[in-house]
Design a protein around this ligand. Structure first.
Ligand SMILES: CC(C)(COP(=O)(O)OP(=O)(O)OC[C@H]1O[C@@H](n2cnc3c(N)ncnc32)[C@H](O)[C@@H]1OP(=O)(O)O)[C@@H](O)C(=O)NCCC(=O)NCCS
Length: 292
C-alpha cells in the first residue's frame, strides 16, 4: 500500500470502471467533476493505493465536508475482497484521527460483508431509480408558480436553495454555488418560482452523462438535487420540475434517465419518482461509523 498520486488518476479510473463492471460499485464518478474536486486534494495524506505488477488493485480516497452533524467523512474504497476491507479500515481510521463525527462508505448491495469488523454498521439502502426517455411523463403545472432556469436566475441563489430545501435530508451537508451549478447547461438547472415577485420555491437539476459501455442507452440524463422549501411542499412542485427536467434532458440528447434516492427517505421522495415512471433498478448499501 502506498499513497496515491495525481498521476494515478487514469489507472484509478480503470480500476473504478472494473469495479462497476463487476458489480462492486454502483456508479462511476464524473471524470471532469472529480478532476476539479481533486485539484487541491492532499493525495499523500488522504489516499492509498494497492499496486501489483504495474496495475492498481485497490484504492481509497477520503474526502470530508462540514455538516450540522459534525465533520462528515466519505471513504471511497475500491478493490477485490482481498484488499477492500483493509482499505476501508485505513480510511475509517484516518477519518477518526482527522476529527470526523461520521465516516461513511457506499458499496453495491452485498458488497459490505466484513465491514462490521471495521466498526461500521449498515445504516440504509440507497436506490438507483431509472426511467426510459422514449416516452415522457405528463407535466402538471402548479397554479401560482412558474418554472425558471439558470439562463434567467443568476448565480447566487442556487446553493442557498439547495441548502434550505435539503436541510432536513439525511446527512445534509451544505454546498457552495459552484458545486450546485457546476458546468451543466443553464437550461438544465430548474427553479420553481412563486407569485409576482418570483420568489424561489423548489429546484431540480439535470445533466447529460455518457457512461460508455454501461448497459443503459447512452447518454444518460442524471436528475439530482430535487428539493422543495417546506412551505411549498405537497403541491406537486417536485413532480412538475422533474417532468420538465426530463423533457429538457431528452431535448439535450439523453436517451435514458437515472436518479439516486435515500431508500428510507422520510418524505418518501421515491414515491414522487415512482409516480413519474421511475423504478428501482439497483440498491447500494450505506455503512457508517460514528464517533462521539
Ligand atoms: C421530496 C421532496 C422534493 C418532495 O417535494 P414536493 O414538492 O413536496 O413533491 P410533490 O408535491 O410533487 O409530491 C409530494 C407529495 O405531495 C402529493 N401532492 C402533490 N400535489 C398535491 C396537492 N395538490 N395536494 C396534496 N398533495 C399533493 C404528491 O402526490 C406526493 O405524495 P406522496 O409523497 O404521498 O406520493 C421534498 O419533500 C423535499 O424537498 N425533501 C427534502 C429534500 C429531498 O429529500 N429531496 C429528494 C432527494 S432524492
Amino acid at each position: 500500500m502506498r499513497p496515491g498520486r495525481a498521476e494515478d488518476l487514469p489507472r484509478l479510473f480503470e480500476l473504478w470502471r472494473r469495479e462497476v463492471a463487476q458489480g462492486r460499485q454502483e456508479m462511476l464518478p464524473n471524470e471532469t467533476r472529480l478532476q476539479r474536486t481533486l485539484a487541491r486534494f492532499d493525495w499523500e495524506a488522504k489516499s492509498r493505493v494497492v499496486e501489483h505488477d504495474g496495475r492498481l488493485n485497490g484504492s481509497v480516497l477520503v474526502m470530508s465536508r462540514q455538516s450540522p452533524d459534525g465533520l462528515l467523512s466519505n471513504v471511497y474504497a475500491a478493490g477485490g475482497t482481498d484488499v477492500y476491507t483493509e482499505l476501508v479500515r485505513w480510511g475509517v481510521q484516518l477519518s477518526r484521527a482527522a476529527g470526523a463525527s461520521i465516516a461513511q462508505v457506499f458499496v453495491a448491495k452485498g458488497g459490505g460483508r466484513g465491514l462490521e469488523g471495521v466498526g461500521l454498521d449498515l445504516v440504509r439502502p440507497w436506490w438507483r431509480m431509472d426511467r426510459t426517455l422514449d416516452t415522457l411523463p405528463e407535466s402538471k403545472p402548479v397554479s401560482g408558480y412558474a418554472i425558471a432556469d439558470a439562463t434567467t436566475v443568476p448565480p447566487g441563489v442556487w446553493a442557498e436553495m439547495f441548502n434550505r430545501t435539503f436541510a432536513d435530508h439525511w446527512r445534509f451537508a451544505p454546498r457552495a454555488e459552484d458545486e450546485i451549478l457546476g458546468d451543466r447547461p443553464p437550461e438544465l438547472s430548474l427553479m420553481a418560482v412563486s407569485g409576482m415577485n418570483r420568489s424561489p420555491a423548489a429546484i431540480a437539476l439535470g445533466e447529460v452523462e455518457d457512461y460508455g459501455a454501461d448497459p443503459r442507452p447512452q447518454p444518460v440524463g442524471l436528475v439530482s438535487s430535487v428539493g422543495t422549501l417546506r412551505e411549498h411542499r405537497r403541491r406537486g412542485l417536485a413532480a412538475w420540475l422533474v417532468a420538465e427536467v426530463l423533457r429538457r434532458l431528452r431535448g439535450a440528447g439523453a436517451r435514458h434517465a437515472t436518479l439516486y434516492v435515500d431508500g428510507l427517505s422520510p418524505m418518501r421522495a421515491y414515491d414522487v419518482y415512482r409516480k413519474l415512471g421511475f423504478e428501482v433498478v439497483s440498491e447500494a448499501e450505506v455503512w457508517e461509523a460514528t464517533f462521539p
